[in-house]
Ligand binder design. Sequence first.
Ligand SMILES: [Zn+2]
Length: 273
Amino acid sequence: MSSLPARGRVKLEAKEQLLKMVRIQELALEIAGAQAVIENAPTRMDEIEERFRDRNTEYVALKDRFDEIEKDLRERNDELGELEESKKKYTHDLMQVQNQREYAATLKEIDAVKAQIAEHEEAVIQGMEETESLGPQLETFSAAIEVERKKVGEERAEVEKEVADARDQVARGQEERQRLEVELPASLAHSIRRVEELRHGRFLVKVEDGMCQACYVRIRPQAAQEIRAASHIHACSQCRRFLFYEPSLKPAAESPGPEKSPAGVEAIDGGSV
Ligand SMILES: [Zn+2]
């Protein structure tokens, strides 16, 4: 347990410093949260777009099928026109034949044309049935896709706004933190950064029931008493986090205390952690 020297009006100083540390801790967690929002944004964007891409791929497949059938129907209808012409021609030829052999050959041609016509007609009926069923499906799907496209746009805009807000929050938080750090002894500010890094963001922790609430190590009675009085800045002997007793800081936060100690009062040295 490291204890920092108390001299003169140091009691007030320690409390003020602890209040600033509480605020710095709040800011550090807010900044970390905002940075996480910024870092996660590309993944969230990908997820939003991927969901849309999958749905859109389904839609495009259905649309392609529909277009393919329509194209096939057009081609078959054109061919049917030509086949009908051929049939007419052969039927006419049939009346001009000179002998049995020619007659048989022409009949064969007519039969072949008829078979082709029948095949096309059957395919046309099938195709028309399919487009009749696909058409309304496609229309519903198309409307749904438009709704989703709009929703994707809104969701993207929402993520972009959250990122912009998070950037603001990071900037504001860092600015306020720097202002507060300047008001602390440089060695204490340095220690805060060190413990913060060591403990992944949380450098300050409450004391409750005489225990560090991060690692639950028991605090020596003397130190615990000083923490309760907010007269000294202590750090946990086990996890190295700075310690504070919440109720001791609350009244000071409500009643305006002196902003700055008069010149001549020594600042607390926080570098002994
Ligand atoms: Zn601890």
